[in-house]
Design a protein around this ligand. Structure first.
Ligand code: PMP
Ligand code: GLN
Length: 397
């Protein structure tokens, strides 16, 4: 038999699925895969239920139902002052995952180079490679995840077609500053390329940090494809409603990619999300404020056990260095160990790297109820205090 697609054969099952399955197998509290453990807004869920019953269940328009495209364009104006045409500059997709793939398809020819920033979300690299494009990886260093400016500049060249930028960033919780974005915008202009902006955590920022879309910077309106996700904005991650905002010529190509991927996206969910995007400012402000209290609760608990907790200014996630606990093994071993022995699951950070990666970090999701976070901390605390052997063994990895 001939070998099927080798790139996919060489792509492992996503770490989120692997660790969630392990959590279920060991009855562990799952602070791995990023999903809230409470329902999103009841009125948005009710709107989706109502919309199922009003006889609009056949194929919706290719680029999304008009009310959602209108709502996305309006949200761009309301939150960022971006003036987008809902008819030609918005494409609704089945989740940000599809949106990112569709954007990459819209831009890349085989042989084009794409600048990617590590640690990176796990779908980026396989899709870039499947399209026959060439990744140029630039690594941010903990604990502050600053951009290595000279290295980033050197990653751009005549073959660069795009940079894929994720802010607020998973897994680091980094929120890119205006100065960093201006530096990136300058590289994009000088190298005449595009940016795919994964901004799914746009409303999930803390401590006064504000998300700034690269698209709002001078010269970037024509070069950016901005991706959002209702899953994150409405704490309904299973809905898989994403949206791309891009200049008409690029949005048209994203639509062509979408027509070959899924063609359309469930109409009742689209209409409910349109209603959600019209919610008052208090709703959007409460998202970050609420999550920040959960980040603090978990961070303080983990710090009290001895973890070195890295700062997180946005997203669902906090990264910890487990070196101080003296665990004898790498991050994969550590996350498996705490799942099995302490009954708490996290994600090894090396899953967000290509090849050689740091091995002493784990990512914990804090988008959970307080009692769940407290119980997770209690379990880890009990585990590490009753295992002196673990804390006495030096790390060898
Ligand atoms: N990008 C990032 C950075 C993410 O963390 C996620 C996780 N959900 C996605 C994209 C995918 O979003 P969606 O669930 O809307 O496909
Ligand atoms: N984005 C989520 C995370 O980073 C997981 C999404 C998924 O499971 N594909 O945890």
């Amino acid at each position: 038999m001939k070998t099927p697609n080798t790139l996919l054969a060489n792509t492992g099952t996503t770490i989120f699925t692997v660790m969630s399955a392990l959590a279920v197998q060991h009855s562990a509290i799952n602070l791995g895969q990023g999903f809230p453990d409470t329902e999103g807004p009841a009125d948005v869920v009710q709107a989706a239920a109502d919309a199922l019953l009003d006889h609009r269940n056949q194929y919706p328009p290719l680029t999304g139902v008009p009310e959602l495209r209108q709502a996305v364009a309006h949200a761009n104006q309301r939150f960022y002052g971006l003036d987008m045409d809902p008819a030609t500059e918005v494409v609704v997709t089945s989740g940000a995952t599809e949106a990112i793939t569709a954007c990459l398809m819209a831009l890349l020819n085989p042989g084009d180079e794409v600048v990617l920033i590590e640690p990176l979300y796990d779908t980026y690299l396989p899709v870039v490679k499947l399209l026959g494009a060439i990744p140029r990886l630039v690594r941010l260093q903990p604990p502050n995840w600053e951009i290595p400016r000279a290295e980033l500049a050197a990653a751009f060249g005549p073959k660069t077609k795009a940079i894929l930028l994720n802010t607020p960033m998973n897994p680091t919780g980094k929120v890119f500053t205006t100065a960093e974005l201006a530096f990136i915008a300058d590289l994009i202009t000088r190298n005449d390329c595009y940016a795919i902006c994964d901004e799914v955590y746009e409303h999930l920022t803390f401590d006064g940090w504000k998300h700034i879309p690269l698209m709002t910077l001078p010269g970037m309106r024509e070069r950016c494809l901005r991706v959002g996700s209702a899953g994150k904005t409405f704490s309904l991650t299973g809905w898989k409603i994403g949206y791309v905002t891009a200049p008409a010529a690029l949005a048209g190509l994203v639509a062509k990619a979408h027509q070959n991927l899924t063609f359309t996206t469930p109409p009742n969910l689209q209409r409910a999300v349109a209603q959600g995007l019209a919610k008052g400012d208090d709703y959007f402000a409460s998202l970050g404020a609420e999550l920040a209290t959960r980040r603090d609760r978990l961070s303080e608990g983990l710090a009290s056990i001895g973890f070195k907790v890295l700062p997180a200014h946005g997203s669902y996630f906090v990264t910890v260095d487990f070196t101080p606990l003296g665990f004898n093994g790498d991050d994969v071993a550590f996350c498996q160990h705490i799942t099995k022995a302490a009954k708490v699951t996290a994600i090894p950070l090396s899953a967000f790297y290509d090849g050689d990666a740091p091995r002493q970090y784990a990512r914990f999701a804090f988008c959970k109820r307080f009692e769940v976070l407290d119980e997770a901390v209690a379990r880890l605390s009990a585990h590490f205090s009753r295992k002196p052997a673990l804390t006495q063994t030096a790390r060898t990895a």
